[in-house]
Design a protein. Structure first.
Length: 315
């Protein structure tokens, strides 16, 4: 593999996985969800998904009895529960570990006890392809046939249907995209079959992941390839999302094509992520600008940041 001295001087900026930036479009966007309580005993405990320093509110049809509402093992993990009429406010002090679950019992004024398990955000691999769930408001309905319960459930179903339609449309467009074809070749180590020219590479430092980042120049396009080798013990690395933006924040996102050989990399395994961006993504007010490619892992933290310089676009 070639390593160019241009890496540090021109256009690569790669950050360690310890960077605490979060994937804004995934877990940081407010989430509202509906829970319809089941009368079946095996369906008694509901999960609530929370993240550090983000408030989650449980809203019920009846007022809550604060004296009989409690969470077990909250010390050092959550702020003390707050009960306001028919709402229970949960505020984690920090992110919960992936295997943590805190039992919560909410008791309504009529004596109904509703058990919950407070958990970290639901990972994408566990959710059948849906984005990770982070609850910021959960509407809990005891009467499944009430107007409010049915309306809330209908809104949930419509949101999921819209998300599925959007995902299907994205896949349809990708099938006919030349940029996705180029990204597939790059991810599979076939850069010579693409019109791109290698420009620079770098090795970001990370205690649990060996990384090599390469950038490529193209006629009206640019590309980046990230090679990942999991050198950690016991933890599987999982891809969450990627953003291409005109600054170091998550918005506004620019369009790009992405392909990867693995979305989950177990210890000892390696994987590759390839991104191809068209010239139009670099254009702002008639001028070309630099872009930032940000790769996030499943815990919401940023794995790597790659600066894609406007000079990568060949006229």
């Amino acid at each position: 593999m070639r390593f160019s001295p241009l890496a540090g001087a021109i256009l690569l900026l790669a950050l360690l996985s310890a960077v605490t930036a979060k994937a804004g479009d995934k877990c940081d966007r407010p989430k509202q969800r509906t829970i319809l309580l089941s009368e079946h005993p095996s369906d008694g405990t509901q999960a609530v998904y929370v993240t550090g320093q983000v408030i989650t509110a449980l809203r019920f049809e009846q007022p809550v009895d604060p004296s009989r509402t409690k969470v077990i093992g909250w010390e050092g993990r959550l702020e003390p529960l707050t009960v306001v009429r028919n709402k229970v406010i949960i505020e984690p002090i920090r992110d919960l570990d992936s295997d943590e679950g805190l039992p919560l019992v909410v008791t309504l004024v009529d004596g109904t006890e509703i058990p919950f398990l407070v958990r970290p955000p639901w990972r994408e691999r566990d959710s059948g392809g849906w984005p990770p769930i982070l609850d910021q408001q959960v509407d809990v309905f005891k009467n499944r046939e009430s107007y409010a319960a049915m309306h809330s459930a209908l809104m949930d179903a419509l949101k999921k249907n819209d998300a599925l339609a959007e995902e299907n449309e994205r896949h349809r467009k990708e099938e006919n995209s030349i940029d996705h074809a180029y990204a597939t070749l790059l991810a599979n180590g076939q850069a010579k079959k693409t019109p791109f020219r290698f420009v620079a590479s770098a090795r970001p430092k990370d205690p649990g992941m060996e990384m090599v980042v390469e950038v490529y120049s193209g006629q009206g396009k640019a590309a980046a390839v990230i090679y990942l080798s999991n050198t950690g013990y016991g933890e599987t690395w999982e891809f969450a999302d990627a953003y291409l933006t005109r600054d170091m924040t998550s918005y506004p996102k620019q369009p790009f094509a992405l392909r990867m050989t693995r979305s989950a990399i177990a210890p000892g395994q390696s994987g590759t992520i390839a991104v191809v961006a068209d010239k139009s993504a670099f254009e702002k007010n008639g001028q070309l600008v630099d872009l930032a490619l940000r790769i996030f892992r499943s815990d919401g933290n940023q794995q790597v940041l790659v600066r894609m310089d406007r000079t990568l676009i060949r006229q």
